[in-house]
Design a binder for this molecule. Structure first.
Ligand SMILES: [Zn+2]
Length: 368
């Protein structure tokens, strides 16, 4: 039996005590599946009543009703333009969806109050696309509109505000990822905190970026490999899922969750506001494809990999350079050791997942 131990080069850094800090993932081929890795066999629906389709479930959502003009909202942008800054007092209105393909508005359940005198101010936004689906894999090339609307909102708000804000972008897909809404949507937090704070995850990515002599993502693009700061050499050819003119998608070398796919732009871009409108088509398709790929191999292996967290790792600070990463992650609950010390263990390596997909002709790479 061989056990492989890995650290993610994108978030591993050396601390003041000369200790490497990061996510550690172990692969052990003869470990048993844990209960959460099995698919539920119980069929909730009898053969006589087929399950409702994604689009039938999605149209029930309040976000979809805002989009089609049945519910009020404070609107910020669509796929074409920025409407207005939600930090300035705006009453909720009804909007007609016309030929609009995506829309961004203030989240009704925002924990931030943009108009309060609180020192921590911010807005939580949701972006939705016109097509009622639940999963990115069903979006058939339309995810780009949602991403464009999100970009228009961020650029508009940052340009219109004198203050410096932090931005967090992500998609919660499915109930297990924490989403109360079925309709496919992305979320954007634009916030300012006094004193400035930042979480462990984001900080680790920035620390690693600052300590590496060359940008890790740019080195993957240029050389198809990297030498990590802890003396390991990683060949990315064995991990790459797809490559387009502007992006590479690959199975994460040290996955936070089994099957994780990481998408990197081939140009050094700090955040989504630097992605051109044309590039969003490619990015949207790669996210859709990554979601489908994880779904397909999960089905084949009997892993329960239906819901997703899709997170954008980026920097909006003038002082922190960075290389945008988009992580497409299957949902799994955090277990004890992961909470104790960021240690994961899985039975198969990302390289094996790629081989498995190829053997079963499951890879969604369009030019395969
Ligand atoms: Zn770079």
């Amino acid at each position: 039996m061989r056990i492989i131990r890995r650290l993610d080069p994108f978030q591993t850094y050396l601390n003041n005590e000369n200790i490497l800090v990061g996510i550690e993932t172990y692969f052990s081929s003869n470990r048993d599946k844990r209960p959460r890795e099995f698919t539920q066999s119980k069929n909730q629906y009898s053969p006589k009543s087929p399950p409702p389709s994604s689009s039938e479930m999605a149209v029930e959502s309040v976000l979809y009703k805002v989009f089609i003009g049945e519910e009020k909202g404070v609107f910020v942008s669509d796929d074409q333009e920025f409407f207005g800054n939600p930090f300035k007092n705006k009453a909720p209105t009804i909007i007609s969806h016309k030929n609009r393909k995506a829309l961004t508005f203030l989240n009704k359940y925002s924990v931030f109050d943009p108009l309060s005198n609180n020192e921590n101010k911010g807005v939580m936004l949701v972006s939705v696309q016109f097509q009622p689906v639940i999963y990115p894999r069903e979006a058939s090339g339309n995810l780009k509109w949602l991403l464009l609307s999100m970009k228009n909102a961020i650029i508009g708000i940052l340009e219109d505000s004198k203050d410096k804000f932090d931005v967090l972008n992500f998609l919660n897909v499915g109930p297990k990822s924490g989403s109360s809404v079925k309709f496919l949507h992305s979320q954007t937090y634009i916030f300012q905190q006094k004193p400035r704070t930042r979480g462990h995850f984001r900080n680790a990515f920035y620390q690693a970026f600052n300590q590496n002599p060359k940008c890790v993502a740019c080195t993957i693009v240029d050389q198809r490999k990297i030498e990590t700061i802890y003396g390991e050499s990683v060949n990315y050819e064995t991990l790459i899922l797809n490559e387009t003119s502007n992006f590479i998608s690959y199975f994460a070398y040290c996955p936070l969750r089994l099957g994780q796919i990481r998408i990197i732009p081939k140009h050094h871009l700090k955040n989504v506001t630097e992605i051109s409108n044309e590039m969003f088509l490619e990015l949207g398709l790669l996210i859709e494809e990554s979601d489908l790929t994880i779904h397909n191999f999960g089905m084949k292996l009997g892993f329960r990999l239906k819901d997703r967290s899709i997170v954008f790792r980026e920097s909006y600070s003038e002082n922190q350079d960075f290389h945008l990463l988009v992580d497409v992650l299957p949902f799994w609950p955090l277990g004890s050791v992961e909470l104790l010390d960021s240690i994961n263990s899985y039975s198969i390596t990302p390289e094996h997942i790629k081989l498995f997909l190829r053997e079963h002709k499951l890879s969604m790479k369009r030019n395969d």
